[in-house]
Design a protein around this ligand. Sequence first.
Ligand code: MN
Length: 207
Amino acid sequence: MFTLPPLPYDYAALEPFIDTETMRIHHTKHHAAYVQNLNDALKGRDELLDTDIFDLIGSLKKIPAELQTRVRNQGGGHLNHSLFWKLMAPKPAKAPSHSLMSLIKKNFRDFKTFQEEFSATAMGRFGSGWVWLVVHGRKLEVVDTVNQDSPLSLGLSPILALDVWEHAYYLRYQNRRAEYIDAWWNVVNWEEVENLYTQALKKKKTK
Ligand code: MN
């Protein structure tokens, strides 16, 4: 069985950038529904219900064909939101650590260029989806996915995530996605980005 992980902070903790009501509904209704629907889809398939969500989404093709779409959507929703909550924090460090910063500069020329590329990709994602910073081989890349698709299913390791579904910002920002994206940069948890990067490299070594 999959369960809804608790938020690592209060619903109000990301104010004024992400509002309390959005955080509450997003976590207790949207994310909770993905977890419930995933459990329903896998009812009676104990071996799948016991699989780690990263492994499940990372090897979608091994799942019985009739279940793949639901696991991709509902399981993806569960995984993506689990990452998203941890990748935000109240009063985070304003910038990545020295080592992560050097890495970003190596891959994107400078930090500003990286942020611009990420934000532009978030603006360009038509309809619902996500924007990611991923580890691809030894490189960092910005990619976007539709609906609840995860870069993990494409063999990429996500280390930063931004939800650009309207449910993530509509209450406070309505149609103003650009304002939401600008505000979100203030709550990015760079420490967790670095954590995920280290984990991604370790996984590659053990493969
Ligand atoms: Mn969402």
